[in-house]
Write a new protein. Structure first.
Length: 291
């Protein structure tokens, strides 16, 4: 996944590290667009139109991705791999220039709602257009959930799992305190710390400062085919599971601040939106959690 993982576990059972590594390897083998031999990469390499059998985990992640794509009006898109590659943030590697309009238009042809058809009962999908699947905006969050589920299955009740800044907490620390997590403030933005107690909760953050190139922000708007250019510096979402938190953070980062907060309120999401020059915006659900 191109990042590190960590787990703080109270009274960890024998073999827990190998168990976590096994969970992550299983997810990478299915959903990584960086691994050429992953199932996702093989689907991308195949001709569009054919059905591909996929595992239940893959079905779940893609189902959540397509749902949030629809709810966000296409601000989140699991079929935008061609655009991600074009701007230099995918497996082909970085680029030092800005793509031409013709390149962007050609990549946009394959993206958007309807590019992927999911047949969940039969555990299969097909690409209706020559879209390239890219689950990097959601799979990491799902992996956190999967590791947490594996730990619960091993009898662990108190732990904090983190993969690349996305976290799930359960139970309490040995001193009786909850798992306190401080939300990172974007560089150049002065904010009072937002401290969250992850007791049966997940948190994910997406920011325009985390990864950039000469071509622009890594947050690509699939509706325009271009990097975002508005004032959102970061979006943090607190949710019952990290899969949803990760995907919603990605979607809300793409939307203009007013539209992002309106969607967060409509969906009842606990969200911190940091806008450069304006400070932080908190959704009603997050304010209620902090009261």
């Amino acid at each position: 996944m191109g990042t590190r993982w960590s787990a703080q576990i109270v009274a960890p059972p024998p073999g827990v590290q190998a168990a976590i590594a096994g969970v992550l390897a299983h997810i990478i083998a299915q959903m990584s667009h960086w691994e050429r031999c992953s199932q996702l990469s093989q689907i991308n390499a195949a001709a569009p139109g054919g059905w591909h059998g996929i595992a239940p985990e893959f079905v779940h992640v893609l189902g959540v991705a397509l749902d949030i794509a629809a709810r966000s009006g296409g601000a989140f898109d699991p079929a935008m791999g061609a655009l991600v590659n074009l701007w230099g943030f995918g497996p082909p590697g970085p680029r030092g220039d800005v793509p031409e309009d013709g390149e962007i238009d050609a990549a946009r042809v394959a993206v958007g709602l309807g590019a992927i058809e999911l047949d969940a009962p039969l555990l299969r999908l097909r690409r209706v257009r020559p879209a390239r699947l890219d689950l990097s905006g959601i799979a990491k969050g799902y992996a956190v959930d999967a590791v947490a589920a594996r730990l619960r299955g091993m009898g662990c009740a108190d732990f904090l799992v983190e993969i690349g800044g996305e976290l799930v907490g359960a139970g309490i620390q040995p001193d009786g305190q909850p798992w306190w997590v401080d939300v990172e403030a974007p560089p150049g933005v002065t904010l009072a710390p937002l401290r969250v107690a992850l007791h049966g909760l997940a948190v994910a953050t997406s920011g325009d400062y985390r990864r950039n190139s000469a071509a622009g922000s890594h947050s690509i708007d699939p509706r325009t085919g271009r990097p975002i250019a508005h004032g959102t510096a970061s979006v943090t979402v607190i949710h019952a599971d990290c899969c949803h938190a990760d995907a919603w953070a990605s979607a809300l980062t793409v939307l203009e601040p007013d539209a992002a907060m309106a969607l967060a309120e409509r969906e009842g999401l606990a969200v911190q939106l940091v806008v450069r020059g304006e400070g932080e915006w908190l959704s009603d659900a997050l304010r209620a959690m902090l009261d």
